[in-house]
Design a protein around this ligand. Structure first.
Ligand code: FES
Length: 236
């Protein structure tokens, strides 16, 4: 029988995954206007009870760790704040929907930019089309930065995920994206404490995030691009 599904972060090393967590690769699909829309399966990896996923970005045997992190003196220091999601999130309210938005989780997979962006859509959430698009955009957000709530019921719109890991392939940006952890799998820090278990989070696998262990978009954005992005979407 499998043990509890768990991801243990090894100090300056890989993610040690145990409990037979299914592992997939999915590619981000874009529409004709260039907006990212959904993720579809590219590959399912052979089932393994335990495996180690590269966190430094330099393994020659990706997605698995091959020990290269030792040769490059990888600094995998975990810098993310341990506050619960809800305490990190800003709140945006529209007529029917409420959005909680914790920018520091953002993996920059850009699903929330269609039709003027989710913050604009929230303001129009008494319009059925705007409401539908906002719900789609929030539910597909891999990082869990965005959570949308029905103001009438107080319930969040969340997809029920099989606990699993997805290696995201960002074809539009011509690179590999983060490790998408779905279905509230426990993530244990290298110091032995646990991160908040969430339905959706994205972990860094390029080694460059400034918000480790979470992804911050550094796999395709440099500091200047991050600044531009924040300005463009009024995040400053
Ligand atoms: S973390 Fe071990 S090779 Fe990248």
């Amino acid at each position: 029988m499998s043990s509890e599904m768990r991801i243990k972060i090894i100090k300056n090393g890989p993610y040690l995954v145990s409990g037979g967590v299914p592992l997939y690769q999915q590619v981000i699909i874009t529409d004709d206007a260039g907006h990212t829309r959904e993720l579809v399966d590219e590959k399912e990896y052979p089932k393994q009870e335990t495996y180690t996923l590269c966190r430094c970005g330099e393994s020659k045997n990706k997605p698995y760790c091959d020990g290269t992190h030792n040769d490059i003196d990888f600094d995998g220091t975990e810098t993310a704040s341990r506050k619960p999601y809800i305490d990190k999130a800003e709140v945006f309210e529209g007529p029917e929907l409420k959005l909680t938005d914790a920018y520091e989780f953002c993996d920059h997979s850009r699903f929330c930019l269609r039709s003027g962006g989710i913050r604009k859509l929230i303001k129009e959430s008494d319009n059925p089309e705007a409401r539908k698009t906002a719900i789609e955009e929030a539910m597909i957000c891999p990082s869990g930065r965005l959570v949308l709530w029905d103001k009438k019921t107080g319930e969040a719109f969340e997809k029920e995920f099989e606990p699993s890991i997805v290696l995201v392939h960002d074809e539009q940006k011509k690179c590999q994206g983060p490790i998408w952890v779905r279905g509230k799998i426990t993530i244990e820090s290298s110091d032995g404490s646990e991160y908040e278990a969430r339905n959706r989070v994205t972990l860094c696998r390029c080694g460059k995030s400034e918000n480790k262990p979470y992804c911050d978009g550094s796999h395709w954005m440099n500091a200047e691009q991050k600044l531009k992005f924040r300005k463009k979407w009024g995040l400053d």
